[in-house]
Design a protein around this ligand. Structure first.
Ligand code: ARG
Length: 469
């Protein structure tokens, strides 16, 4: 009577509204390829364990490949009553090869199956995302070449603070995306532990070989002499309920989104007439339907705006997991929605960003014309005093007073005469002129990691080496 795999114990058909409510095929069909990979490995393991003959195994593996091809070409019709991708593929298999197909789900449950699929999917997609982040880092390193001589004001509180080489800005983003990439690599360590074989929640009485499945699916870690050690989850209750790897992946995605959003915000500001630092390529801006002069940074605004969705996805997955008793609960089906949304959103942003980074132009004339505004050299003047034996706090006060003097006269520190400077502090000598003015400052900033010319050039070389293909 019932086409459901659990039909044996049921008197009634499922209410169609329940089928519609409980289905996940509308969003988990994208797991098709990994589901097939997982099933093929499972079949091979079953054969090795003597639970399938080698002919049965070959028939299953080949038929799964055929089904995979059909799905890829969009030829499989999705049916709500078949719930999810796992049941679609299994029922198609049984339709084609009958009783042999009915053996595939031996020693397996959809609970360990879906977790395995997700881990394979997360591994593939985060590996791809890592490549995209690498391209974005390369775009920033390329800019270091383009803007080799440009100095920018550095800000804290969005107030002019100290000057830095433009490349220092670009490498700051390289550092952030590097940490994002390291977080991905770290997350993949937890992803890389095989769930399959945990069955529903308790494992199985059948003689399966989970190490074999792990090896077949690449859930391994490198041991001594480049041997591959299988990584297999050791608690079936945990497997059935564990989505830590997904929560971590979504968090990692959210931090990438936050980094992109901060960058986008900065460049949006830099494109304003008020800043006038940057011109975006026309291909990445839009105009206004009414104001002919407008060039709007919509792409950057959307990169900033879309981060909200990814941050919401973190909340969704954590709230989903909070308060779930062991082991599998159907709530977990909703996990995919958060992950796919976060992944698609971040991927779209990271795909667009490198072209914007490479093609935007710094308006060097505008930047230079105003670079001496805002006393960007005040801190270095104070450091000059410190190097002449003046206590830091005293130096701070002296320079503060000199800044006030300049403000009242409407001039820069470099415009003060030596006697005006010496009146503020008798430790000042003629060589002070080599410490004032933005050019002097960027040649003086020299500590490791600083924004000065030599330190930044050294870092550019480090990054070029690190990211070279
Ligand atoms: N579609 C389900 C999910 O994504 C597959 C697992 C179903 N397991 C179950 N016991 N009903 O979570």
């Amino acid at each position: 009577m019932s086409a459901k795999p659990w039909g044996g114990a049921f008197d009634e058909q499922t209410d169609p509204r329940v089928e519609k409510f409980t289905e996940s095929i509308s969003f988990d069909s994208r797991l098709a390829a990994v589901d097939i990979r997982g099933s093929q490995a499972h079949a091979r393991m079953l054969a090795k364990a003597g639970l399938l003959t080698s002919q049965e195994c070959q028939l299953i593996v080949d038929t799964l490949a055929t089904i995979g091809g059909e799905i890829e070409r969009g030829e499989m019709a999705w049916k709500t009553e078949l719930e999810d991708i796992h049941m679609h593929i299994e029922s198609s298999l049984i339709q084609r090869i009958g009783d042999v197909g009915r053996k595939l789900h031996t020693a397996r449950s959809r609970n360990d199956q879906v977790s395995t699929d997700l881990k394979l999917y997360v591994r593939d997609s985060l590996t791809l995302l890592d490549d995209l982040l690498l391209d974005l880092q390369r775009a920033f390193v390329d800019r270091c070449q383009i803007d080799a001589d440009v100095v920018l004001p550095g800000f804290t509180h969005l107030q002019r603070a100290q000057p830095v080489m433009a490349a220092h800005y670009w490498l700051a983003y390289c550092e952030k995306f590097q940490r994002d990439r390291e977080r991905i690599a770290d997350c993949l360590k937890r992803v890389n532990v095989l769930p399959l074989g945990a069955a529903a929640l308790a494992g199985t009485s059948l003689p399966i070989d989970r190490d074999e499945t792990a090896r077949l699916l690449g859930f391994t870690t490198s041991g001594a002499n480049s041997s591959q050690i299988p990584m297999v989850a050791a608690n079936s209750l945990d497997v059935s309920s564990d989505r830590d790897f997904l929560a971590e992946a979504i968090f990692d995605l959210s931090l990438i989104a936050v980094h992109l959003s901060g960058w986008a915000e900065e460049w949006i500001l830099w494109c304003t007439t008020e800043f006038g630092f940057l011109k975006l390529p026309d291909a990445y801006t839009t105009g206004s339907s009414i104001m002919p002069q407008k060039r709007n940074p919509d792409v950057l605004e959307l990169i900033r705006g879309k981060s909200a969705r990814v941050i919401a996805d973190v909340t969704q997955i954590l709230t989903l997991l909070k308060g779930l008793p062991l082991a599998y609960n159907r709530d977990l089906q909703e996990d995919k929605l958060a992950f796919f949304d976060a992944l698609d959103t971040v991927q779209a942003c990271v795909e667009l960003a490198p072209s914007i980074v490479r093609r935007a132009k710094l308006k060097v004339d505008t930047i230079n014309a105003r670079l001496e505004e805002g006393f960007l050299d005040a801190t270095t003047l104070m450091e000059y005093l410190i190097s002449r034996g003046v206590p830091m706090r005293t130096g701070h006060e002296v320079v503060g007073k000199l800044v006030r003097l300049c403000e009242s006269k409407g001039c820069k520190l470099a415009d003060l005469t030596l006697s005006e400077l010496q009146a503020a502090c008798d430790k000042i000598e003629a060589d002070v002129s080599g410490y004032i003015g933005v050019k002097n400052v960027v040649s003086r900033l020299s500590s490791f990691g600083s924004g000065g010319r030599t330190a930044v050039l050294a870092q550019v070389a480090v990054w070029q080496e690190r990211l070279k293909s």
